[in-house]
Design a protein around this ligand. Structure first.
Ligand code: ZN
Length: 275
């Protein structure tokens, strides 16, 4: 069996035209275990077969302790109806997962619909490190959403699941007949968790995010999916660990909930497809 780094090099040899240099925006080509641009900027594959395109560290709202429980929740079936809808809406071919985290969404989607090329990127290198262990054919990198290391008109589908958007870059790297599929949390999303963590919190809304999508792209499909998920017993603590740092939950509240974990959780999302 090939080592991960050799698999990465093979991928780059075949797909080098999908990349462009994030420093000077010129073409890159594969040279052994690196991508090198015409001006000599060079990006070396890590042992895990991943590429790191950032020139500085960027702080993220997720830390590495959150990625593993998030992955287990995704694989527990919590998002199955959402994953099925994404697979239904997306176009196969070259797929880019924006803010892929530890890669479980992309892996689950590929079980339903196989793509010729899967690339996932995230700003958090801890997520990409875990993603490189996913048991399917994909290429993973650390990159900046606002300066994508990908060539113009390269992707059939851009997936944007619970992660920020940068429409200027999405439009640049999307093929002329490509699409963006975005999943946005709606007001009831994780409401049981929010009620416990922030009983006095303001009502939660992502209307501005949805509005922005409809302004930036032509809408092909828009659908709200709402259901209650019965959390398998072995995943009940995972749910507590997957919420963003910005929720700022006190250790006392978390400990209380860990003693008596939630058995059900609401999933309430808006799925948007546009081009
Ligand atoms: Zn360059």
């Amino acid at each position: 069996m090939l080592k991960k780094i050799d698999r990465g090099a093979l991928f780059l040899a075949k797909q080098q035209e999908l990349f462009r240099c994030p420093n000077c925006h010129q073409k890159m080509s594969q040279k052994e275990k690196s991508l090198v641009c015409v001006n000599g900027h060079r990006f070396d594959l890590a042992k895990k077969g991943t590429l790191y395109f950032l020139d500085h560290q960027i702080k993220t709202e997720y830390d590495k302790e959150m990625f593993a429980p998030r992955g287990r929740m995704i694989r527990s079936g919590m998002y199955q109806p959402v994953i099925e809808k994404i697979a239904d809406l997306m176009q196969t071919g070259n797929l880019l997962d924006v803010g892929c985290g530890e890669g479980s969404f992309l892996q689950q989607i590929n079980q339903l619909k196989t793509n010729s090329v899967n690339i996932g990127f995230d700003i958090a290198k801890e997520g990409i490190y875990l993603a490189s262990n996913q048991p399917f054919d994909a290429f993973w990198c650390v990159a900046d959403l606002t300066n994508l290391p990908f060539a113009d008109q390269s992707f059939d589908t851009i997936l944007n699941i619970f992660s920020p958007s940068q429409y200027r870059e999405f439009k640049r790297v999307m093929k002329p007949d490509g699409c963006v599929v975005k999943v946005v949390p709606q007001s009831g999303y994780l409401q049981e968790l929010r009620a416990t963590y922030h009983p006095d919190g303001e009502a939660y809304s992502n209307e501005a995010v949805i509005q922005r999508f409809t302004e930036e792209l032509e809408i092909d499909h828009r659908e709200r999916i709402t259901y209650t998920f019965e959390i398998p017993e072995e995943n009940r603590l995972d749910l507590l660990e997957m919420s963003p740092l910005e929720w700022q939950v006190s250790p006392e509240v978390k400990a209380g909930l860990a003693e008596n974990p939630l058995k059900k959780i609401t999933v309430d999302v808006e799925i948007l497809k546009g081009h």
